[in-house]
Design a protein around this ligand. Structure first.
Ligand code: SF4
Ligand code: SF4
Ligand code: SF4
Length: 277
């Protein structure tokens, strides 16, 4: 289904109620297991807070952030799960010169590694800093949360949503917005009156409810305008990526050649290894 035909009110959406998150990190573990992502070396205190690992990476598609704050003279913790926001109109997709990202009719924004040429424009364009590069590889591609598309298209909920005991509700976007508004009206003392993701970046399929003001929790202020309308303008200002139509085509050709060359070298190396056995 083309992006133009998507009914955004029905796309599958995460409602993450940070006031109910216990910081158990079951979602982090479930994501690692489902996606068979390797563990990373971590330390207890990272300097930024108590979250572990210290950042999202090619091996970590979601992470529970810990934020300590003071309320009525008491120390309190807030926890919230970071992940790809699966934007309605994704900047990563709009800027990719070879169409490696796709907004699906079900909701997740998926990545087609076979198309990717490793140019990293998506990493510059994403307002949430989500796509990560495979620095550990000879020909790095991009990694990010898949929205568990293989599960969702078969009628299952994402692995992290299934594992979460308290904080994640998953369902059609219009129902998740209604549910969020219902909770805010029922408990005005418990929630700040904002659903983060309802309008940010033109709307996303990950929504957050919080008890603290968003800036105190470290949520990025993001424009409400869909970002694809100006991602190319922004990219032109990035040093080293000054793009003209001719320049873009040359870059794509260069990246494609590099990709083919590295693949060929990898195949030759594999054949040599097999020949030695
Ligand atoms: S959060 Fe970033 S990577 Fe995820 S869909 Fe939006 S623009 Fe793309
Ligand atoms: S939706 Fe799937 S890939 Fe994304 S954070 Fe959850 S478990 Fe990981
Ligand atoms: S599984 Fe749920 S409660 Fe546990 S850390 Fe993740 S979002 Fe919070």
């Amino acid at each position: 289904m083309s992006a133009g035909a998507i009914d955004y009110s029905k796309t599958k959406t995460f409602l993450i109620d940070t006031t109910k998150c216990t910081g158990c990190r079951g979602c982090q573990v479930a994501c690692k297991q489902w996606n068979q992502l390797k563990a990373e070396n971590t330390t207890f205190f990272t300097g930024e807070g108590y979250q572990n690992p210290p950042g999202m990476s090619e091996f970590t598609f979601t992470r529970v952030k810990f934020k300590d704050y003071q309320k009525h003279g008491q120390n309190e913790f807030a926890f919230y799960k970071e992940m790809c926001m699966h934007c309605n109109d994704p900047a990563c997709a709009s800027v990719c010169p070879v169409g490696a990202f796709e907004k699906t009719a079900e909701g997740p924004v998926v990545y087609h590694s076979k198309k990717c040429i490793g140019c990293r424009f998506c990493m510059v364009a994403c307002p949430f800093g989500i796509p990560k590069y495979e620095w550990s590889k000879a020909f790095p591609l991009v990694k990010k949360c898949t929205g568990c598309y293989s599960r969702v298209k078969n009628g299952l909920d994402p692995a992290c949503a299934t594992a979460c005991p308290t904080a994640i509700t998953y369902g059609p976007r219009d129902e998740m917005i209604k549910e969020a508004e219902k909770r805010m009206s029922a408990r005005p003392d418990r929630y700040v009156k904002v659903v983060y993701g309802k309008e940010e970046a033109g709307g996303t399929t990950v929504l957050y409810l919080t008890q603290q003001p968003l800036d105190e929790l470290g949520f990025k202020p993001v424009t409400k305008r869909p970002l694809p309308s100006y991602t190319w303008q922004a990219l032109r200002l990035v040093p080293g990526i000054f793009l003209t139509v001719g320049g873009t085509l040359s870059l794509i050709t260069w990246f494609q050649h590099r990709k083919d060359r590295v693949r060929k070298e990898e195949e030759e190396q594999k054949n040599r290894k097999e020949g030695n056995q």
